[in-house]
Design a protein around this ligand. Structure first.
Ligand SMILES: Nc1ncnc2c1ncn2[C@@H]1O[C@H](COP(=O)(O)OP(=O)(O)OP(=O)(O)O)[C@@H](O)[C@H]1O
Ligand SMILES: [Mg+2]
Length: 185
């Protein structure tokens, strides 16, 4: 069965003010839609309401994903059903690549009983899958940096760690053996 997101006469408000006044939109599997409109016209409001953000109150209408009532589902169940809300302005966190973040998200959706700290799906397999999806969507592969970039990042991190070890010990610390004499575990 092909997948379909169907939005009918959706009305959404924030703080008692109606922002979306009857949105109709049908997106079928394989289609890419870009919502365009002036600032403040309600593009983010639509996305947040579909994702289940608690500040956005659905005042009327419906949204279904493959016939399931999306608006009746908890946000994590919407994610498990296939909805993902990407960041418009992602915060850069050193050491966390987009692929790593997505790998976590996909693992948690595919293995809903996974506990924090438990093994993720194979990143090698995930990267392969991600590239296929990006290819299908016509996305520039440069958005998923190749291994060489990750290796360079690891080398930078290793360099930082070495320079910390080489730094003179602070006066408040008790003297210990020089870094080079400590056993590596
Ligand atoms: N938390 C909020 N409380 C009250 N009003 C809000 C809130 N967030 C957004 N609005 C209002 O809702 C309307 C729609 O905003 P929204 O952010 O959905 O627009 P947008 O189309 O995504 O704009 P942009 O192009 O700037 O991203 C605007 O009038 C905005 O002022
Ligand atoms: Mg917006």
């Amino acid at each position: 069965m092909s997948k379909v997101l169907k939005i009918e006469n959706l009305r959404v408000g924030i703080d008692g003010k109606e922002i979306l006044k009857g949105v109709d939109l049908t997106i079928r599997e394989g289609e890419v839609h870009a919502l365009m409109g002036p600032n403040g016209s309600g593009k983010s409001t639509l996305s947040y309401a579909l994702a289940g953000h608690p500040n956005y109150e659905v005042l009327g209408g419906s949204a279904t994903l493959d016939g399931q009532d999306l608006l009746a589902m908890e946000p994590d169940d919407r994610a498990k059903a296939g909805l993902f809300l990407a960041f418009q302005y992602p915060t850069s966190i050193p050491g966390v690549t987009v692929a790593n973040f997505l790998g976590h998200a996909v693992t948690n959706v595919r293995r809903p009983d996974r506990k924090e700290g438990e093994e993720l799906i194979s990143m090698r397999e995930f990267r392969k899958e991600m590239r296929q999806e990006m290819d299908e969507l016509g996305m520039d592969p440069d958005f998923a940096p190749a291994t060489s970039t990750r290796v360079a990042a690891r080398r930078r991190a290793a360099g930082r760690s070495l320079s910390r070890q080489a730094a003179p010990p602070s006066r408040s610390r008790r003297p210990g053996p020089p870094a080079a004499c400590r056993s590596e575990r």
